[in-house]
Design a protein around this ligand. Structure first.
Ligand code: GUN
Length: 292
């Protein structure tokens, strides 16, 4: 069994990006600039955004953090997005989700210029991805494919089961895994809350990508000997022994499943570190005006 070290791969990629940025600067080009909009004080969002800003520094990017309180109006946010769309110094930006209930996330996402949408959430990017055109691919699916590529995991013709059909992980990763591309070229089945016989379907899988947000859902009796397991779960479970008061729990019963696998991602330290790294890659692409 090989443990997939997402932290190590992410660090390597950030070094590669930093080298590319220094080359750009030496050629007289500007540093890529990522802006992040954060609304409110949600603990998870605060941590994610702080990590994104720190990763920008590691990659040699300029970063700007724009903060608002929970009571910011949708109108005000749309105005800020318009300014960021028009600001030629900002190459890409994100609006951290979730947003307060009085703001339509979809309206906000669609207001972002797709050429600066480094989250890859805009319908133009989602549509382009689904037909295999150059675009910003959202961070988690891109990170998963990068891990499969860096560990030279064969996906062509393999049976891949995706657990979960969310817009930000399940649907896009299923789309990418079925594309005529490497990694990809797999035979993909998507399972969700209405699927019957999930255990039987999983037992047939060469690759399982678990993205349901249900701690320990994938048990040993669902996994074929030699399968590849990608665990996208990051549920916060209360843990009084930790300073933070919680620990991250994956969708896979790691202790019992790991001995059966050829490759498996741990939680934390698997897919998680790759997601910010994918955002950094998209920011580099934005800085190079590669998506237009
Ligand atoms: N909230 C959780 N994940 C993400 C992400 O990838 N991008 C944004 N903008 N918000 C998130």
């Amino acid at each position: 069994m090989t443990l997939i070290d997402g932290k190590k791969v992410a660090d390597t990629i950030k070094e590669e990006i930093a080298a590319e940025v220094e080359k750009m600067v030496a050629e007289g080009k500007k540093r890529p600039h990522l802006a992040a909009v954060l609304v409110g004080h949600d603990g998870g969002s605060e941590t994610y955004v702080a990590n994104k800003v720190r990763s920008c520094e590691q990659c040699g990017f300029t970063s700007t953090l724009i903060r608002f309180e929970d009571d910011v109006t949708e109108e005000k946010l749309l105005e800020v997005i318009k300014q960021l769309n028009e600001d030629s110094d900002v190459d890409g930006f994100i609006v951290q989700l979730p947003l307060p209930k009085h703001i339509s996330e979809q309206k906000i996402i669609e207001a972002i210029d797709y050429r600066k949408d480094v989250d890859g959430f805009h319908p133009v990017n989602v549509g382009r991805m689904s037909i295999g055109l150059p675009c910003f691919v959202s961070a988690t699916p891109a990170g998963i494919l990068e891990l499969l590529a860096r560990y030279a995991i064969d996906t062509k013709g393999r049976r891949c089961v995706v657990l979960g059909r969310s817009n930000i992980v399940g649907k896009p990763v299923a789309t990418l895994m079925m594309q005529k591309h490497t990694p990809g070229d797999a035979t993909v089945t998507v399972c969700h809350s209405a699927t019957q016989n999930i255990k039987e379907i999983c037992r047939e899988a060469d690759i399982i990508i678990a993205a349901l947000g249900r701690p320990g859902f994938v048990t040993a009796d669902m996994v074929k000997q030699g399968a590849v397991i990608i665990d996208v779960g990051t549920t916060r479970v209360p843990d009084a022994s930790r300073k933070s008061g919680f620990r991250l729990c994956g969708d896979v019963d790691f202790a019992n499943v790991a001995p059966l696998c050829s490759f498996i991602t741990p939680v934390p330290g698997g897919v998680g570190p790759m997601t910010i790294c994918s955002l950094m890659k998209n920011t580099l692409l934005a800085g190079q005006h590669a998506i237009y």
